[in-house]
Write a protein that binds this ligand. Structure first.
Ligand SMILES: O=C(CO)[C@H](O)[C@H](O)COP(=O)(O)O
Length: 213
């Protein structure tokens, strides 16, 4: 199980220290939510902040584009050398083209699904994807409660991946904590994104270890 602390929950005034803290205490990836205030009702940070973050960590950067027109960010994210980019199926009409655009840059490609979006929406392109990001809250804000029906979605997606003999990873994001981490692992999640349950805890080592079930 890999843990990707979500920078959205970090103390932005002390961002460098916050990132070094999770890097030194067991984080596997750093999850970066880019919000545009349109696809989701919030604005977070964009490429200039990600560029600065790149200079203070060796962790793989896992960028989640909660935006319309995610293709517009690819050139700059490639120049920053991020390793993972996910975009929302609900925001993009040409899934195949967008996946090829990401993978052609040697960046891992993922598609994110809102809680209410069925996994059938990505069935055809699943073999092309490196990972699927299942949202377990409605995206836009940290600190929300885990939506329990998304657990079954993870299970069904895992079954599909196994039946098709694919190696696609499942990442889950929203309301992840030490109480549901084992359920998520058993359902088939490979990467847990965790905002509040890491950055809002005083001991980040303990917080990350408690999610690595
Ligand atoms: O996608 C997200 C919210 O839209 C974030 O990754 C969010 O940071 C998750 O936070 P938490 O773990 O506190 O629910």
């Amino acid at each position: 199980m890999e843990i990707a602390p979500s920078v959205l929950a970090a103390n932005f005034v002390r961002l460098e220290d916050e990132i070094r803290d999770v890097e030194q205490n067991g984080a596997d990836l750093l999850h970066l939510d880019v919000m545009d205030g349109h696809f989701v009702p919030n604005i977070s940070f964009g490429p200039p902040v990600i560029k600065s973050i790149r200079t203070v960590t060796n962790l793989p950067l896992d960028v989640h584009l909660m935006t319309y027109n995610p293709q517009d960010y690819l050139d700059v994210l490639e120049s920053i050398s991020v390793q993972y980019i996910s975009f929302h199926v609900e925001a993009v009409p040409h899934l195949d083209r967008m996946i090829q655009n990401i993978k052609g840059r040697n960046i891992k490609a993922g598609i994110a699904l809102n809680p209410g979006t069925p996994i059938g929406a990505i069935e055809e392109v699943l073999p092309l994807l490196d990972y699927v990001l299942i949202m377990s809250v409605n995206p836009g804000f940290g600190g929300q409660k885990f939506i329990t029906y998304t657990l079954d979605k993870v299970r069904r997606l895992k079954d599909f991946i196994i039946n098709k003999e694919l190696s696609t990873l499942i990442e889950i994001d929203g309301g992840v904590n030490k109480d549901n981490a084992r359920l998520l692992k058993n359902a088939g999640a490979d990467i847990l994104v965790a905002g509040s349950s890491v950055f809002n805890q005083p001991d980040r080592k303990d917080a990350i270890e408690s999610l690595k079930v």
